[in-house]
Every structure is written in C-alpha cells, then in structure tokens.
Design a protein around this ligand. Structure first.
Ligand SMILES: [Zn+2]
Length: 112
C-alpha cells in the first residue's frame, strides 16, 4: 500500500497547522487552555499527514503551550553555554538553542 499522502493534502495540512499556531500565539495571554488545545490539534494534524511541526521554538515540547516571550516564556542568552535558553513559564521546561553558527557568520563578516 502506498503510504504517502497526496501532495495537495500535505499542503492543506501545513496551512491548517500554520493557522492553528498563529491562533495559539494570539490567545496565549488571554486563553492559555484554548491556545494549548490549538497546538495539540496542530500536532495531531501533523501526525496524520506526516508533516513535521517545524516551529519548535514556538511552543513548549513538554506541555505544548505556545511560547510567547514575556507572556508564556522567558528567553535569556547564556554566554557560557553559547545558547539562547527558553524557559516555559507554565511547566518550567527549558529548551536551548545554540547560536554558535550565527556567531561564526558574524566573525566571518568582520574579517572579510
Ligand atoms: Zn511547558
């Protein structure tokens, strides 16, 4: 059996997931439960149509609430770890995003 879904379906799924993510970010402050549900729905759609949720920086991996700086998460840059540390204010989960690559690019530009 062909497991791959038609291109149009995955395109539609991607669109729907983006809409849900945007909605979740809008509702993050006023309706945290609702926004969490939006993320969960987006995840479910992604699972069904084999579409990965690329925006990993936009929601918490642990409790799947949207990460809006100043509202639902705290972002700090850690010099010793060379990373951007995002803390979810709902469950306390931490995610790190290294910025070594960006630093390298800046360095190259300076020397060039
Ligand atoms: Zn969380």
């Amino acid at each position: 059996m062909n497991r791959k879904k038609p291109e149009a379906w995955t395109k539609l799924a991607r669109e729907r997931m983006q809409i849900l993510l945007a909605l979740a970010e809008v509702e993050a402050g006023a309706h945290p439960k609702r926004s969490k549900r939006y993320i969960e729905l987006a995840k479910k759609i992604g699972m069904r149509y084999n579409v990965r949720l690329k925006a990993t920086k936009r929601f918490c991996r642990k409790c799947s609430s949207p990460l809006v700086p100043g509202v639902t998460c705290r972002i700090r840059s850690r010099k010793d770890r060379q990373a951007m540390v995002t803390t979810c204010l709902k469950c306390g989960a931490i995610s790190r995003h290294p910025y070594i690559r960006e630093k390298k690019i800046i360095k190259q530009r300076r020397t060039a």
